[in-house]
Design a binder for this molecule. Structure first.
Ligand code: SF4
Length: 337
């Protein structure tokens, strides 16, 4: 049986840039977000609680350099533990591993350019850090900064990752994103035109979006000049505006049989099937970096799958093999005209 992944993996993309394995280390560089501080909006996106995607080893109390050094130790210890469990020494591949500084929390291009450059350079000065991954919003990327990053990318790897979340403006408005889909298209184009690798992040199953709409978004995303894609299932995180809306709808549905909530939270099996439908329509060259995420149990209201990410990836693999399918099986370059 062929056990090759049936979708384009991040490692195949990274192999184009690096002759060794690279590991991302998340950093919280102390940014805020224009959708929280009033510049674009206040209150933030309705689903957002940044605590849910900040690993324990990253805290704003430490400098960028200290966070990276801590992250390096964390991953080295994990490698040693795995090697020990196998009763072996660290492999040559593990020993040669390098790191990418992942500016992840909040909006990592939101600030004076001088300040941003200082933080990016601090990260790149850390031994064995060979590039940057910068997460940001589509409405927070001035051309001047893009020009600097494009110049930097001639010497060091730089990937810019945009939170797009949905191709529907009605959804973006409802979740209080503060930008339109057209804004995402234009910023992604400006980034790709400068030769920078570009990633995009989408949440599948946002409120009001049907399964059919969710799957068909792949055909719209195919038109974007992106290299990498992260998909997440909708998770309702405690303490967010979305959690309050979800609970209100659930309570109303319990009292009124004629009322139907427009939150359709998928079971793990349903979501794996949805992801495979989506993959079948997706452009084959787009790297699929993630299918799902797992927020800390204490923060997660629903859905509670009780699965680790690698266990969910196994479900997607299994479904692809069951269907004898693969990424792009039903991709058509001319779907949208
Ligand atoms: S843009 Fe990002 S950090 Fe800002 S509120 Fe939305 S999800 Fe949170």
């Amino acid at each position: 049986m062929n056990q090759q992944p049936r979708y384009t993996t991040l490692s195949t993309f990274m192999e184009r840039f690096f002759p060794y394995k690279v590991q991302k280390i998340s950093i919280n560089a102390g940014f805020t977000c224009p959708n929280r501080d009033g510049l674009v909006g206040s209150g933030g996106c309705t689903y957002c609680n940044n605590q849910s995607f900040n690993p324990d080893y990253c805290t704003t109390e430490e400098s960028v350099r200290a966070q990276l050094e801590r992250g390096k130790k964390f991953f080295r210890r994990a490698q040693e533990k795995r090697a020990h469990q196998r009763g072996k020494e660290l492999s040559e591949n593990d020993r040669r591993m390098k790191y990418l500084a992942y500016f992840q929390a909040y909006t990592n291009t939101y600030g004076e350019q001088e300040h941003l450059v200082r933080l990016y350079q601090e990260a790149l000065a850390v031994p064995d850090v060979v590039g940057l991954v910068i997460g940001t919003r589509p409405d927070c990327m001035p051309n001047e900064l893009l020009d600097y990053l494009a110049q930097l990318h001639r010497e060091k790897f730089v990937l810019v990752e945009y939170g797009v979340e949905s191709t529907s403006d009605a959804t973006l408005e409802r979740i209080n994103r503060g930008h339109s889909y057209q804004c995402a298209i234009e910023t992604i184009q400006r980034t790709a035109q400068r030769g920078l690798p570009v990633g995009a992040h989408f949440i599948l199953g946002l409120p009001g979006e049907t399964r059919e709409f969710t799957v068909n978004q792949a055909e719209i995303i195919n038109q974007l000049p992106i290299d990498t894609l992260k998909l997440h299932q909708l998770q309702i995180i405690r303490g967010t505006a979305m959690a309050r809306e979800f609970i209100r709808q659930r309570e109303r549905a319990a009292q009124d049989v004629t009322y139907t909530s427009d939150y359709s939270l998928y079971s793990a099996a349903e979501y794996a099937s949805l992801v495979v439908d989506f993959l079948e329509k997706l452009r084959p060259d787009i790297v699929v970096e993630r299918f799902a995420s797992s927020s800390p149990q204490a923060l997660l209201l629903a859905p509670d799958w009780g699965l680790k990410n690698y266990e969910f990836v196994a479900l997607v693999d299994k479904e692809l093999r069951r269907r004898d399918s693969w990424q792009g099986k039903y991709y058509s370059p001319c779907t949208l005209t």
